[in-house]
Design a protein around this ligand. Structure first.
Ligand SMILES: Nc1ncnc2c1ncn2[C@@H]1O[C@H](COP(=O)(O)OP(=O)(O)OP(=O)(O)O)[C@@H](O)[C@H]1O
Ligand SMILES: [Mg+2]
Length: 273
């Protein structure tokens, strides 16, 4: 296996403009197989644009990108067979039940036994009880989990999650994080975009920051933290607590306090002996 094949995603010199707006100005990065890679960036940085190019929904103006060993420009069909994409906005059909959504995708992928595939995924994502309910009645977290479950049908080796937890409450975010960790644990390569720094900290093996059209840093969390000077020790004025008042008045050994306090301390001293 060459070094390039060892990478699930290989991006080099990627450029993309929308008319005069240069969104990507030469983006380079690699994602190792079975790892979680987080692409961070502010609103409009170009994260979704990168994901769209890698999932063959959009053509780059320049540069190359390979996913699962296939070139996105010349081997688009092979790339599509290797990936799944959970977009920034949930792609769940609200009129269908959770189970029907899963069965539909399994049918579209021409898989045998769509019912069993659906039931297995409902179980894996703790949606068995909700499986017969219309997706329109699901909470945001349940909908996201269903969306991710739908994207796993057919076991793609690479999955793209565009802002998987935006708009979710803390509990639902944790559920999605667990799902993503489990995916990587099973050997799936995950590229996720996020604006949440804690999400990248929690999940990613490597973190890259997209800014003004380029990747300005790319490394592990530890490497990124080392980019800043070590933590400074700062003097912070703090209101004394009752405990501080007490210890100052009586002294730690109970010898320097007022008579009333000394009595207490003396008792403590005796008990200690
Ligand atoms: N089809 C389009 N036509 C024109 N401009 C576009 C188009 N799609 C995206 N853009 C612009 O390209 C820039 C990057 O958009 P993109 O959606 O990739 O950003 P993002 O990093 O995903 O942002 P967000 O965090 O808001 O999802 C933005 O300024 C956006 O307005
Ligand atoms: Mg986006």
């Amino acid at each position: 296996m060459t070094a390039q094949q060892a990478q699930a995603i290989h991006v080099q010199g990627l450029k993309k403009s929308y008319k005069e707006l240069q969104v990507l100005r030469g983006v380079d990065f690699e994602v190792a197989r079975g790892s979680i890679f987080a692409l961070l960036g502010s609103n409009g940085a170009g994260k979704t644009t990168v994901v769209k190019i890698l999932s063959t929904l959009l053509k780059a103006d320049a540069g190359t990108a390979r996913v699962n060993g296939f070139d996105v420009a010349t081997q688009a069909a092979d790339v599509r067979e290797s990936i799944s994409l959970t977009g920034q906005f949930a792609a769940v059909d609200e009129i269908l039940t959770g189970r029907e959504n899963l069965v539909l995708v399994a049918r579209l992928r021409h898989l045998s036994n769509p019912g069993k595939i659906a039931d297995d995924l409902l179980k894996r994502f703790s949606l068995t009880d909700a499986g017969a309910r219309k997706a329109s009645t699901y909470s945001g977290g349940m909908r996201r989990r269903l969306d991710i479950a739908m994207s796993l049908i057919g076991n793609p080796p690479v999955i793209f999650l565009d802002e998987p937890t935006t708009g979710l409450d803390p509990q639902a975010r944790i559920e999605v994080w667990q799902t993503v960790k489990e995916l990587a644990h099973r050997g799936t390569t995950v590229l996720l975009t996020t604006q949440y720094l804690d999400e990248a900290e929690q999940l990613a093996d490597r973190i890259a920051i997209l800014h003004e059209g380029r990747i300005i840093v790319n490394g592990t969390l530890t490497e990124l933290k080392q980019l800043l000077p070590p933590a400074k020790v700062e003097y912070v004025e703090k209101q004394p607590t009752l405990e501080d008042v007490f210890l100052t008045l009586v002294g730690d050994d109970g010898k320097n306090g007022t008579p009333a306090m000394t009595a207490t301390s003396a008792r403590t001293n005796r008990e200690q002996r």
